[in-house]
Design a binder for this molecule. Structure first.
Ligand code: GLN
Length: 488
């Protein structure tokens, strides 16, 4: 029995129905990786031996009836900034090239307890800083739809290995769009949950007040299932929220009748490709046909989201990355005189250009004399952005919009102009600044047959509304928009 083109939930069901064993599923997965990843370059590490051991154990657990959940036996890829016990976790940086965590991130622990099998760690922008996965110290991941294009970033590796059919699903992290944007570029589905829903324990921090781990998969149902599995209250993360219930799959049967959906008119006015705009309007029409009320509205402060985000994210990054000093773990320079020079050389040689740029920017905006003018002001803008969303959610259940202004750019294009790359985050970052959940899913193909995604943004803790809308859209599109997951 082949698992080709099967979703995570389908694979687990096949195992439970004895059509295939977890061990066979893993062997097929490893085979796919061997065939495809040389071209895609989505994985940094594949741990075949450990995965094989796990598959044996999990198969027994399923046979004994101990593992009954919807992810039991499913191989999953994990972004390389999420700690995995005994498996190298590099953040795609030379400074952590040999770092092997001694514990699992809580999200990974939850997946393992549900019987999922960690098959490998995926490429990303170094420390999740970037929008193309090109700032990785190790390799440039390719977009499976066109190998000359980027997969997006920073969770480009996870999205590319799902889109190329190497695995059915994976985890990414989203600080300013890093799950949604590469999902959009690669034609897969991704969710950024409400801040505090998935524990950040074991997620190597970039911008701690913005970071969230979330699922990437082939469809909305898998994403909802994975989100349900990885979310939990965690006392090891001081920003973890205790939610009433962690139920995201019941929303899959809900419809959008009577839902009020707003489209920020600023998002459709300037800087957006015509074909992306068309895709958003097409999604809006489908929602209308299904009984939702859709209208345009004005979302304040759109122009201020990028400067505020880059000040806050870089400020937090400059502090979070201070721990990489060549002493505690990772890379240490070979030659140095004295402690100070050891720090300096280890960091200069260990970090890439984009990370250095952000550490410098972050240190600058936090320095005395500039703190009030930049950092404090950015925090105030963040507050105002949250208030603008609060106001919008008084009127709407969901906000519908584009994920990125264009489809995936060609490899090399974005590195030439970092500012242009920052500007392409326009539709995703305010969601993180306001702590909101959002789902990105494929809606159309452009004239070059590259996927275009749209996103639904919900109010805090209202993931279920966006999951219902996403599921409705996906079902409608299924008839005329079939994704091919064996592209490479
Ligand atoms: N592109 C954004 C950045 O470079 C977002 C990255 C992310 O979400 N990790 O900061």
């Amino acid at each position: 029995m082949s698992i080709k083109n099967k979703t995570a939930v389908e694979i687990s069901k096949m195992i439970k129905d004895r059509q295939i064993s977890a061990v066979e599923v893993l062997e097929q997965t490893i085979q796919q990786i061997k065939e495809k990843d040389e071209k895609v370059k989505g994985f940094i590490t594949v741990d075949e031996d450990e995965a094989r051991k796990q598959a044996q154990i999990i198969q027994k657990g399923i046979e004994k009836g101990e593992l009954t959940g919807p992810l039991a036996g499913v191989p999953i890829a994990i972004k390389d900034n999420i700690d995995t016990k005994g498996i190298k976790t590099t953040c795609a940086s030379k400074i952590l090239y040999n770092f092997v965590p001694t514990f699992d991130a809580t999200a990974v622990k939850n997946l393992k307890e549900a019987g999922a099998i960690i098959v490998g760690k995926t490429n990303m922008d170094e420390f999740a800083m970037g929008s193309t996965s090109e700032t990785s110290a190790f390799a440039t991941t390719r977009n499976p739809w066109d190998l000359t294009k980027v997969p997006g970033g920073s969770s480009g590796g996870t999205c590319a290995v799902v889109a190329s059919g190497q695995v059915s699903c994976g985890l990414g992290s989203d600080t300013g769009g890093s799950i949604r944007q590469p999902s959009s570029y690669c034609g897969v589905t991704g969710i950024k949950p409400t801040y505090g829903t998935v524990s950040r324990y074991g997620l190597i921090a970039y911008g701690s007040s913005l970071d969230q781990i979330g699922p990437v998969a082939r469809n909305v149902a898998d994403c909802a299932t994975i989100l349900e599995t990885i979310s939990s209250y965690d006392r090891f993360d001081s920003t973890s929220m205790k939610r009433d219930k962690y139920d995201f799959t019941s929303a899959l049967d809900k419809d959008v009748k009577g839902m009020r959906i707003g489209i920020p008119k600023e998002y459709l006015e300037k800087g957006i490709d015509d074909e992306v705009k068309e895709a958003v309007l097409k999604a809006a029409q489908i929602m209308k046909d299904k009984g939702a009320k859709v209208e345009e509205f004005s979302l304040d402060l759109v122009d201020y989201a990028i400067p505020a985000y880059y000040i806050i994210a870089c400020a937090e990054a400059s502090s979070n990355l201070a721990r990489f000093d060549g002493v505690k773990y990772g890379y240490r320079s070979k030659e140095y005189e004295g402690l100070h020079e050891m720090y300096k050389k280890s960091r200069s040689e260990g970090f890439g250009d984009e990370v250095k740029r952000r550490i410098m920017l972050g240190s600058f905006v936090l320095s005395s004399g500039y703190y009030d003018a930049y950092y404090l002001k950015a925090l105030k803008v963040k507050r105002l952005i949250k208030e603008a969303y609060d106001k919008a959610f008084e009127k709407y259940d969901l906000i519908l919009g584009p994920v990125a202004p264009t489809t995936a750019p060609t490899i090399g294009e974005s590195l030439k102009d970092p500012l242009k790359m920052y500007l392409s985050d326009i539709y995703t970052i305010s969601v993180n600044l306001a702590g909101l959940p959002a789902i990105s899913l494929p809606c159309a193909l452009d004239k070059n047959k590259m996927p275009i995604g749209v996103q639904f943004i919900a109010n805090c803790f209202e993931e279920n509304k966006m999951i219902a809308a996403g599921q409705t859209l996906e079902k409608e599109l299924a008839e005329n928009f079939v994704l091919d997951f064996s592209l490479v």
